[in-house]
Design a protein around this ligand. Structure first.
Ligand code: 13P
Ligand code: SF4
Length: 307
């Protein structure tokens, strides 16, 4: 089936089944184009918490669909490919968090949304890249803070807040792979462009050193910033799927990826064909153990309410 027909079929199926498609900005362009909402982890969680649809099809990765399922225990949450995981979320287990808790009974656990439901269940609060700074600023800095699992986002939060934390040494293979070399080369080639950097990138601190006016932003923060800016040329350090969204939301401006090969293969597992099958056959249902969901809900709700 041609992708235009498939998109049409998906639109009709959505109406018939009272379903919404929520897509992350790293999804394939044609997947973003059939979605009811495209955004970052925070925006997607907020929409998932408030939707009146019966079915949520999550065009994103597993932890995002799990978060939607925890927020909507009575709704059907579907992910079109169960293998759409996250290398960053996989760096830490609930056992690792419990060990830290046992050693730091007075400690506070801050879990990035890129974690499993089991890890979230042991957290005091969750964060996304859009509100990590605000959430950490709201904590009691006299007590130990465990920030997990992304070391580069953790370093960014420490730099901005001045609060020293215990940071888990995890990284995303896509953002960890956007390093100093790529930044230096792009800076040389485009000295006058604005630099927008995702805080998961390993190049964050050297980029701020080389270009102090570079902006560290979540994916949606990049869209909002680019739309409002008077500038017309932007260098973008994150997964390249965002370029489609930036072109759509800020037409007439130029967006250059720092690294063309910064592609998350997990996000790209979601295709129109799989979304269609998902809506026809209700696959794959994402469910979270009731006790774990109950324990994780407070940390997720705290995340949604801040920033
Ligand atoms: P945000 O969309 O929250 O900026 O996160 C990026 C990411 O890596 C999601 O997997
Ligand atoms: Fe996970 Fe990295 Fe892919 Fe985001 S880009 S889903 S952090 S592997």
């Amino acid at each position: 089936m041609l992708s235009i027909d498939l998109s049409q079929e998906i639109m009709e199926l959505k109406k018939k089944r009272n379903a919404v498609i929520l897509a992350h900005s790293y999804e394939r362009p044609e997947v973003q184009d059939v979605a009811d909402f495209v955004g970052d982890s925070l925006g997607l969680s907020r929409v998932a918490a408030n939707t009146s649809a019966d079915i949520i099809v999550f065009a994103g990765v597993h932890f995002m669909a799990e978060t939607a399922a925890i927020l909507n225990p009575k709704k059907t949450v579907l992910i079109p490919d169960l293998d759409a995981g996250c290398s960053l979320a996989d760096t830490i287990s609930a056992k690792d968090v419990q060990e830290w808790r046992d050693e730091n009974p007075n400690g506070q656990v801050v879990a990035y949304v890129n974690t499993s439901a089991e890890v979230k269940a042991l957290a005091d609060v969750c964060v996304t890249s859009a509100n990590a700074v605000a959430v950490v600023q709201s904590l009691d800095a006299t007590r130990p803070i465990f920030f997990l699992p992304d070391m580069f986002l953790g370093a960014h939060v420490e730099r901005v807040t001045g609060i020293k934390m215990h940071v888990w040494m995890g990284e995303c293979h896509v953002h960890g792979g956007i390093g100093d070399k790529e930044i230096r080369e792009t800076l040389e080639a485009h000295p006058d462009a604005e630099f927008l950097i995702h805080p998961e990138c390993s190049c964050g601190s050297s980029c701020l050193y080389l270009k102090p006016d570079a902006k560290m932003l979540s994916t949606e923060g990049m869209v909002t910033y680019a739309k409002a800016s008077d500038r017309t040329e932007f260098v973008i350090a994150t997964e390249v799927g965002i370029i489609h969204r930036l072109n759509k939301m800020a037409p007439g401006k130029k967006f250059l990826p720092v690294k063309e090969s910064a592609i998350c293969q997990y996000m790209k597992m979601i295709t129109l064909e799989k979304i269609y099958d998902s809506l026809v056959e209700d696959k794959y249902v994402v469910s979270v153990d009731e006790e774990i969901a109950r324990a994780a809900l407070g940390a997720i709700e705290a995340m949604i309410s801040i920033g």
